[in-house]
Design a protein. Structure first.
Length: 207
């Protein structure tokens, strides 16, 4: 079964190109990361199980399909995963949200978890939002933590992955990856090239 999808979507590519422009201002970086998060989520959940809900329409009383939004937990990786989370919540407004803060040491590129606040994940579908898969270290840490809590399914939404990073994270054979683009270079400082620079700094004006 295929588990790694590079999503071919013009709206996503249009937003990504805007973010790649180094002069795009932080509010718009956040806005377009949110759009990309939403597009990736729509793609990832397009064939989800549905249940029927009885509702009163303007003219009738009938059953209509709905997703059980309670079964979903969105986990943004702080900081840069936050705008993508916003886009996901626009689609799944009743999903729960858990947080993982993971920072990499800019010298060793080693990732360290320094905050974890997760709701019950057992039997839930967990949607990770993490825009940049560079070495893959942070995402691997996040997946290991989430897997240890026995979710039903893990979906990772990522804006750009490096080839190396994608190769490393896809060792998890039971995780589904939805990615906007795979960029060719991971430089010696651990940045993706052409990429978008430091996603957290670009979002929150901390350059
Ligand atoms: N994290 C970022 O924000 N950007 C990169 O290019 C790599 C890691």
């Amino acid at each position: 079964m295929e588990r790694v999808f590079v999503v071919d979507n013009s709206i996503l590519q249009n937003s990504l190109t805007k973010i790649r422009d180094k002069d795009l201002k932080p509010s718009l970086v956040r806005k377009h990361l949110s759009i990309i998060g939403k597009v990736l989520l729509i793609e990832a959940l397009k064939n989800e199980d549905i249940k029927l809900k009885r509702i009163e329409t303007w003219f009738t009383m009938d059953n209509f399909p709905v997703i059980n939004e309670d079964d979903y937990v969105i986990v943004p990786i702080l900081r840069a995963g936050l705008p993508m989370m916003e886009g996901c919540l626009e689609v799944l407004e009743d999903a729960k949200v858990g947080f993982l803060a993971i920072k990499r040491n800019e010298e060793t590129l080693e990732s360290k978890v320094f905050y974890e606040r997760l709701p019950e994940l057992e039997n839930k579908t967990v949607i990770i939002t993490d825009p940049m898969v560079a070495t893959g270290g942070s995402l691997i840490k996040a997946i290991e933590i989430i897997k240890s809590k026995n979710p039903k399914k893990i979906i990772s939404l990522n804006v750009i992955a490096s080839k190396e990073g994608l190769e490393r994270v896809s060792k998890f054979k039971d995780v589904f990856f939805y990615i906007g683009a795979v960029d060719p270079i991971l430089n010696d400082k651990g940045y993706i090239v052409p990429g978008i620079g430091d996603a957290g700094d670009r979002c929150f004006n901390t350059l």
